[in-house]
Design a protein around this ligand. Structure first.
Ligand SMILES: [Zn+2]
Length: 430
């Protein structure tokens, strides 16, 4: 087969930290990536804050800050209510790269892209996609994908029942994704391909220990899975040939968990959150008198008058409250160890037309602390089932085709990746 040169290709490895990829490709586990490393730039990259896949991938595909693209997490409260809803691609407020020119694009398994929207080419949204029919554009491909047994995501609950079943599921999902890749490459013959692997994130959440501990009983299965990821990289690299600009990147890093921290429990214990018990344990239980609550754990919102049905924070008390809460989180300790590394105000992190929808404060935990929503949880700290958690640092960026190594951007963030990639394409992309 003669590889056809294309305008560009992006491979996403969800949740893969720089250190892990560097390590496994230095050894025999990932020989294809080791080969690529030799003639490309491979550096650590900073994730979005919070290090959430919806936020981070939205920055990667638009090149914009959350204040501009408007995505702050996988869930939000519906306007004027305490009802939480999943992110919809219809709410992305900045242009993704496939809308920047009239090239043909194939995008497979992009997180937070549901429902799949019109594209010149084809797109399959990744997690969270509750319905395969609405996860595929054009919808006419959905039938073929279902016939192939395409899986949007693995059923992570299997990891709690049986690690054997979990690995079976991870391998099956990646095999079927590769089938979809082959099918849609042939059907669309794209100028630009973006292919994301998300099993990596799932595996690290449940079995970070198997990477960290060489004697772990599932160590070999973990390495074998990364071997399979490397085969996918090798397949795409050979499919596009050496002349096509190639970017491989992750959306955030990963590290081991020392303890889970229920952020809403802390707010409740300190008297800032007053919750009525309700059967669904939802935000609808927020009582008037509540000053603040946490969404998806790292995002703190003031319960403002006029914004929420039972809002109690007036405009003239906001500043004082932000100071109190910052102090409160900075004081939080476990066994003498600080839990929160940094508390950001929204305008320290975000800029743009969507700033008004940003959380009021954003927490970055110290290493090992896994921030959790913890609505209606009694205990402030807990030891959950997961062994790996996202990190804000230590995502990675690999780019092939950058001309002068000495000018390669130092310390890039997920917001820089797209412009870096466009520079390598010599004007062919967008
Ligand atoms: Zn994750």
């Amino acid at each position: 087969m003669v590889a056809k040169s294309r305008k560009g290709s992006i491979i996403g490895l969800d949740g893969v930290p720089y250190g892990l990829l560097d390590d496994l490709s230095d050894r025999e586990v990932m020989p294809n990536f080791r080969e690529l490393k030799r003639d490309g730039n491979f550096v650590p990259m900073r994730s979005a804050i919070p290090a959430n896949s919806a936020v981070s991938w939205s920055s990667i595909i638009t090149g914009e800050n959350p204040g501009e693209h408007g995505v702050y997490g996988f869930t939000d409260l519906m306007k004027g209510s305490y009802v939480s809803s999943y992110h919809s691609s219809l709410n992305l407020r900045a242009r993704p790269f496939w809308r920047m020119d009239d090239s043909c694009y194939l995008v497979i398994n992009l997180p937070a892209a549901y429902p799949a929207q019109e594209i010149n080419g084809a797109l399959i949204s990744g997690f969270v996609s509750p319905n395969i029919d609405r996860a595929v554009y054009p919808p006419s491909y959905a039938g073929k994908l279902k016939e192939q047994g395409y899986m949007v995501d693995v059923d992570s609950s299997k990891a709690q029942k049986s690690k054997l079943l979990f690995f079976k599921e991870l391998n099956e999902a990646l095999d079927r994704r590769m089938d979809a890749l082959r099918l849609l490459m042939a059907e669309t013959d794209p100028d630009v391909l973006m292919f994301v692997i998300t099993g990596t994130d799932r595996l690290e959440h449940y079995l970070w220990d198997a990477y960290n501990n060489r004697d772990h009983e599932w160590r070999q299965e973990l390495l074998d899975f990364y071997g399979k990821v490397d085969e996918a990289i090798g397949y795409i690299a050979s499919e596009i040939g050496d002349e096509t600009p190639l970017m491989i990147l992750s959306d955030h890093g990963m590290e081991g968990i020392e303890a889970g921290v229920n952020v809403n429990t802390y707010l409740a214990q300190c008297g800032y959150l007053d919750l009525e018990d309700n059967p669904r344990k939802s935000y609808n239980g927020i009582k008037s008198g509540t000053k603040a609550f946490a969404l998806e754990s790292a995002r703190i919102y003031l319960n403002k008058v006029g914004k929420y049905p039972r809002g109690s924070v007036t405009r003239d008390s906001e500043l004082q409250l932000l100071e109190e809460l910052t102090d409160l989180f900075q004081k939080l300790e476990k066994n003498g160890r600080k839990v929160i590394r940094k508390v950001y105000r929204r305008d320290e992190l975000y800029r743009g037309k969507e700033l008004a929808n940003a959380p009021d404060l954003i927490l970055v935990p110290e290493s090992g602390f896994n921030l959790k929503m913890g609505l209606h949880k009694e205990d402030l700290f807990e030891r959950g089932f997961l062994t790996g958690k996202h990190t804000e640092e230590d995502a990675f960026l690999y780019v092939r085709g950058w001309e002068d190594d000495s000018s390669f951007p130092r310390d890039p963030t997920v917001e820089d990746a797209l412009s870096i990639f466009r520079k390598t394409s010599g004007g062919r992309l967008g």
